[in-house]
Ligand binder design. Structure first.
Ligand SMILES: Nc1ncnc2c1ncn2[C@@H]1O[C@H](COP(=O)(O)OP(=O)(O)OP(=O)(O)O)[C@@H](O)[C@H]1O
Ligand SMILES: [Mg+2]
Length: 307
């Protein structure tokens, strides 16, 4: 290291744009502009965005963009969490509903997001909805295998929603909590009665995930301040859910678009998983003998995808 590199910054000869050193150590910038710029870009120019504020400031980093693709990404995040419950062996039913008011609700019959007190002093459910990188998939135990791994998905959905309501069935109780304006806690977690939850929408439906003693419901209203258009496209959602059902053998996924009740309802269940996909979409009948593992081809008699 030579002497020059040890000089304090103020003592270093300054160069102008042409690389010429100024006699008084000042670069020619006219009226001392260089100094002014330097002072402007100091510690005060460094912002630290806390928590969900960062997501709202740069949504594209988390959901790709703020157009239709980013909007639908919100649904994928919530559904992926339910699918992770299925992969962990705790869930076999997922309902996805687009409501008339434009919100999307995902209900599963998994274990339910934990509701007990987290070491931070808040219920675990409040933590996972409001803290980035909080989740149960960092260590093995709760999930041996999962699609999710960053602990950000559900808090990103919350951050980019003008409202979010969660209902958790666990320990024989129903817990409810809600958020508004990009993840601000509107109602802290509390026990709720059946009448105060989505149960009323499901009371006549003993087959759905809501009839199970445990599970999670997440309903969110995407924020129009973030997304160019907040209208979900039924066909896009249905296509994605169809693929999820192919990838998760035996998982029943139901989709309803209540904006057009009679026209768009689907029951997606690929009893044979990927084999159904190959036969159904690619019309590759008979592939099982050559390419399928014994495990899968054993169930070849079962029914195929019902849409
Ligand atoms: N439907 C659900 N059922 C049970 N637990 C859930 C459910 N949804 C979320 N969780 C819990 O909340 C945690 C946080 O979910 P989140 O989607 O934010 O992160 P992740 O799934 O761990 O990772 P990723 O950011 O990749 O999605 C999960 O790890 C899981 O412990
Ligand atoms: Mg997730």
């Amino acid at each position: 290291m030579n002497q020059e590199t040890l000089l304090p910054a103020q003592q270093l000869p300054m160069q102008n744009m042409n690389g010429q050193v100024d006699g008084d150590g000042q670069a020619d910038g006219g009226e001392g502009e260089a100094d002014g710029d330097e002072n402007e870009y100091g510690a005060t120019g460094i912002d630290v965005l806390e928590g969900l504020e960062a997501v709202r400031k740069r949504p594209a980093m988390y959901v790709g963009d703020t157009s239709s693709s980013g909007l639908h990404h919100l649904i994928w995040e919530v559904v992926d969490n339910s699918v992770d419950e299925a992969m962990a062996g705790h869930c076999d039913k997922i309902d996805v509903t687009i409501h008339r008011d434009g919100s999307c609700q995902v209900v599963d019959n998994g274990r339910g997001i934990p509701t007990d007190m987290h070491e931070s002093g808040r219920p675990a459910a409040e933590v996972v909805f409001t803290k980035l990188h909080a989740g149960g998939k960092f260590k093995t135990g709760a999930y041996v295998m999962s699609g999710g791994l960053h602990g950000v998905g559900i808090s990103v959905v919350n951050a980019l929603s003008e409202k979010l309501e969660a209902e958790i069935r666990r320990n024989g109780s129903i817990y409810k909590l809600s958020f508004s304006d990009g993840g601000m806690l509107a109602k802290p977690m509390q026990q709720a009665g059946r009448d105060d939850t989505s149960y009323q929408d499901y009371d006549d439906d003993p087959q759905g995930p809501m009839s199970a003693p445990t599970g999670t419901s997440v309903r969110f209203w995407p924020d129009p301040e973030i997304f160019e258009d907040t209208a979900f496209k039924a066909q896009t959602v249905k296509e994605r859910l169809r693929i999820m059902s192919f990838l998760n053998k035996g998982l029943q996924i139901r989709f309803r678009d209540l904006r057009v009740p009679s026209r768009m309802a689907a029951h997606l269940e690929a009893t044979d998983g990927m084999e159904d996909y190959l036969e159904d979409d690619l019309e590759l009948d008979g592939l099982d003998q050559e390419f399928m593992s014994d495990d899968i081809s054993e169930t070849a008699e079962a029914d195929t995808l019902a849409v």
